[in-house]
Design a protein around this ligand. Sequence first.
Ligand code: FAD
Ligand code: UDP
Length: 384
Amino acid sequence: MAGLNLLMVGAGLSGAVIGRKLAEAGHTITIVDARSHIAGNCHTERDTDTDVMVHIYGPHIFHTDDAEVWDYVNSFTTFKPYKNRVKTTSKGQVFSLPVNLHTINQFFDKTMRPVEAEAFIKEEQADTSITDPQTFEEQAMRFVGKDLYEAFFKGYTMKQWGCHPRELPASILKRLPVRFNYDDNYFFHKFQGMPENGYTAMIAAILEHENITVHLSTTFTRTQTDDYDHVFYSGPLDGYYGFDQGRLPYRTLDFERFSYEGDYQGCAVMNYGEVDVPYTRITEHKHFSPWESHEGSVCYTEFSRECGPDDIPYYPIHLVDGNQMLQEYVTRAKAETKVSFVGRLGTYRYLDMDVTIREALDTAEAFLSRSDANPMPAFMKAPL
Ligand code: FAD
Ligand code: UDP
């Protein structure tokens, strides 16, 4: 059935990718975003003084094992090779992340080879009595042990999430590899890169279709649902219901932006592992575009804190104990027939860009193949 009138709430990756696929199928797509720009949290913009491409809502590095998603993004823009190599400052020294052989040798003042380091961590550091780690802390104790955990993860995680790592699920730490060689690539994915002209240009290209109209600085409210045949909502799940059952917990970020003449820190990302340093990391944005050359520099000092009603919700917080309020919102949302909840905020999940795109493509596909026997679900994947 072509020619439906469809609304995307949010002009981030979710709204853009779903909108594009459904526009190509002949539907009329309206996209609204409360912000004055497209691209959601992936938004990039050149700094007027230095010409550095700034990742306005924090650094974004594209990494995926999904060849179809990689082909998809490459069909809209040129990607430059980019490997994320993160450093961390702890105990008065700079170390390499993710934890690798260099980190281990430097930290323990040793010169171990891979097999020796692996045996050392397993036999002298890791708590092997933990067989099935459930919490962040158990995962860390099981795979790197107390010393590395306390230097690099405990303080950082308490700052980032505002709670103790034993309250957080192991899945958060599983995002990071531990290596017994000198590979310091932060990610383990096959395809990694950075869009040459920034993410906003890439998303602008996705939105470039005659059936798509974008309205910026336009806030959606639930009553508008009736004006459309179907709504794809990438705003916060609790926001859809006007927070009438309370506010789900999120972390927000404050970025203190500063300029510098020259090279401020010599790398793109410097983490700060200790809890008494109030910020989590400093990012130097020109290093995210190493193929460019800039004298001036733009840096962000990043602080994480509890998200208030007027803040941007960045990270949904999932605790090991679960969340009754979330369960209630999800139950309500699952009963919706004219709305699909998508993206990081709509599904209240910690989604990287590649997973966001994968789910957006699958969502559009499910919509196109829906039938009475197989109706469009409110969630492709719910948080519970
Ligand atoms: P968003 O980008 O959040 O877009 C949702 C849009 O909806 C927003 O623009 C918002 O203004 C709009 N909106 C919400 N409510 C309303 C309303 N009522 N009316 C109108 N508009 C509304 N992923 C990676 O793969 N690599 C990384 O390195 C990486 N780094 C990240 C760093 C940070 C600090 C954060 C927060 C995320 C990072 N991500 C990264 C994840 C990435 O940002 C998300 O995967 C992606 O932005 C999700 O896209 P989305 O469209 O679902 O959501
Ligand atoms: N983390 C940490 N120390 C670091 C980097 C990460 O403790 O130096 C933890 C932190 O809890 C973080 C998680 O590992 O939320 C996953 O790290 P990642 O870099 O993927 O987080 P992102 O900022 O991308 O959400």
